[in-house]
Write a protein that binds this ligand. Structure first.
Ligand code: HEC
Length: 271
């Protein structure tokens, strides 16, 4: 028994530390950081019960205990042109414009999962729930609140400069005409693709391959196959571990898809 306890206690301590860590959110701005546990959040009087009519992860109406994004960001050194980088426990990371998080029309909330009342599993993800922290939007206007902005399994958030400022190499030339589709394409790339992909090293995405190194997809994909791939990646290749999402027209309109391809093409020809 003593031997067992000697062996088990450290193991338990490590396991419990892991659980405690997974159920807290690290919040950082340029000046410092703090960590808030799910329990501490749930005790915040600003937490309310919110119903999300069209939850992007569950595809149906959901009700959560949630903190308004404005309350979440209160007290942080943050400017409207800043971004907030949300990082999930699986390394998924997405920068969201502070402007949108603070937009009273968008109604962004941080939903908090109570350990005692787990949420239903994410459809198609085994037993995983989007908890302990999940960013939800009560008014996700199409073309503005990207599907990637429904960030779940969150571990941290950090106030940062905009991606355009952090990775100037992504930008198009200043003298590129304002009507050139590559401009809109960059905007859509930053909203929809940068969370998983880097471009020539620029970005923090770690889930998918770099889209410029060693080769830009516009240099090896037949144009029609590329469009098919973006609409439904499994129509080009399929395997159990496939993670590249399929971008339906609601999320990426035809014009926006052409714009993303225009930006990739512009970048491929820039050097
Ligand atoms: C949630 C993460 C994620 C997002 C968001 C994402 N991708 Fe991917 N992408 C992947 C992964 C992972 C792969 C590698 C293949 C796989 O596992 O499915 C991939 C592969 C690719 C490839 C390589 C295809 C090939 O086989 O050569 C291209 C091109 C691509 N993605 C483009 C995009 C574009 C453009 C966007 C934005 C409109 C985007 N991806 C958004 C995760 C993502």
């Amino acid at each position: 028994m003593i031997v067992l306890r000697r062996l088990l206690l450290p193991v338990l301590a490590v396991l419990l530390a892991g659980v405690a860590q997974a159920q807290s959110l690290k919040i950082a701005d340029r000046q410092g950081s703090r960590t808030v546990t799910a329990q501490q959040f749930l005790a915040d009087p600003a937490v309310q019960t919110v119903t999300i009519a069209n939850d992007s992860v569950y595809g149906r109406s959901m009700t959560y205990r949630a903190l308004p994004a404005a309350e979440l960001l209160k007290g942080l050194a943050i400017a409207p042109e800043d971004y907030v980088e949300f990082t999930a426990t699986d390394k998924f990371s997405i920068g969201i414009p502070a402007r949108l998080l603070l937009d009273p029309r968008a109604h962004a909330f941080l939903a908090i999962e109570a350990g005692t009342e787990p949420w239903p599993a994410i459809p198609g993800h085994g037993k995983e729930t989007p908890g302990p922290f999940f960013l939800v939007w009560q008014n996700a206007r199409r073309g503005e609140i990207s599907s990637e902005y429904w960030a779940y399994k969150l571990a941290s958030l950090e106030v940062t400069d905009s991606p355009y400022k952090r990775w100037p190499a992504l930008n198009v030339a200043n003298d590129l005409p304002s009507t050139h589709p590559a401009r809109r394409g960059l905007d859509r790339y930053v909203a929809l693709c940068i969370s998983c992909h880097r471009f020539n090293g620029a970005g923090e995405g770690e889930m998918g391959p770099d889209l410029a190194r060693p080769m830009n997809p516009v240099d090896y994909f037949q144009p029609e196959a590329f469009r098919k791939f973006l609409r439904s990646s499994k129509s080009v290749r399929d395997w159990p571990e496939r993670k590249m999402p399929s971008f339906v027209e609601d999320v990426l309109s035809n014009d926006d898809m052409e714009a993303v391809i225009a930006w990739l093409t512009y970048k491929a020809r820039q050097h």
